[in-house]
Design a protein around this ligand. Structure first.
Ligand SMILES: [Zn+2]
Length: 303
């Protein structure tokens, strides 16, 4: 794997030092001050750009670059600089996996004339930028059309052709109600956004249409429909379909345990306090506040 380290300026941004990202981890002081993007080569023409929020994918196509997600606000130019280190071709297309600030934050900082594709529910969520359930305010809004999607879809969307074809799928509610799965068929790679942010209890953001009840079934649909060698996660390392299957089982175990807890008359607080994932899922991060928020979301969804 070729790894490039892009140091793009030494700006200290007010407030950024305490920004938390979707996995619940904190940006390091170095990242906050220096805006470091770490580039990992996934294929000859597909890269993961890490740092400053969610994992961005950069696909170098024959006519231009397609990005998947744009990190937290203020990181757009750093992102463009890191792409410039890979290719002379311009960024022509952006895909947003969902509407959260740590995935769409740089949208308004990209060139004005690019195509921006998102699920129709994400486009609607981006008009509001409501707080993330169990996390907090998103502290960003879009001004006018700048950085907003130019193209939306319901179930399926195709970009490009031949080896540069990109397929976008929507399989239902999970992390939000607009999570899309971005597949590069010629490369056997998929970007899963935060519906698969890594091996952790995911945020189930009811404020933005997410569902604890439907999350496992949505993942099952992905597993049944798609086969790739490599998955780019929302915030973690590269993973495989086996990892996704394990993670789907994890969300199903959570659902089953909490369903039983509610049936037994436990409160959301009691259910959250008493839950320990089975040994198979050792190492999965389960942030306390997120767990309680997810249980509350599920209990409100269950009859
Ligand atoms: Zn997210």
């Amino acid at each position: 794997m070729r790894r490039l380290l892009i140091l793009a300026g030494l700006l200290i941004v007010g407030g950024l030092a305490i920004v938390t990202v979707g996995t619940g981890s904190r940006l390091s002081a170095q990242q906050a001050e220096a805006r470091v993007i770490d580039t990992e080569e996934v294929r000859d023409n597909l890269f993961v750009l890490r740092g400053g929020g969610g994992n961005t994918a950069a696909f170098i196509g024959p006519h231009g670059v397609t990005l998947v997600d744009t990190k937290i606000p203020g990181w757009g130019q750093t992102l463009l600089d890191s792409v410039s280190a890979l290719t002379d071709r311009p960024v022509t297309t952006l895909i947003n996996t969902h509407s959260h600030f740590d995935h769409v934050g740089g949208n308004p900082e990209l060139p004005v004339d690019i195509q921006i594709v998102a699920h129709e529910n994400s486009a609607a969520n981006m008009l509001e930028m409501r707080p993330v359930t169990g996390f907090g305010p998103q502290n960003m809004t879009f001004e006018g059309d700048r950085g907003m999607p130019t193209d939306t879809f319901t179930d399926r969307f195709t970009l490009g052709g031949g080896d540069a074809r990109i397929e976008l799928y929507y399989f239902g509610r999970a992390h939000t109600n607009g999570d899309i799965w971005v597949v590069f068929p010629s490369l056997s790679v998929m970007h899963g956004g935060d519906a698969f942010s890594g091996k952790n209890l995911p945020i189930m953001d009811a404020n933005n249409g997410g569902s604890a009840l439907e999350f496992p079934a949505t993942l099952r649909k992905v597993i049944d429909a798609i086969e790739v060698e490599t998955i780019i996660t929302g915030h973690s390392t590269l993973m495989t379909m086996d990892d996704l299957r394990e993670y789907a089982d994890f969300t199903l175990e959570f659902l089953g345990a909490m369903r039983a807890a509610k049936a037994a008359g436990q409160s959301a607080e009691e259910a959250a306090e008493s839950w320990t994932p089975s040994a198979r899922f050792e190492g999965y991060a389960v942030p306390e506040a997120r767990l309680l928020a997810n249980v509350q979301t599920l209990f409100s969804e269950l009859p």
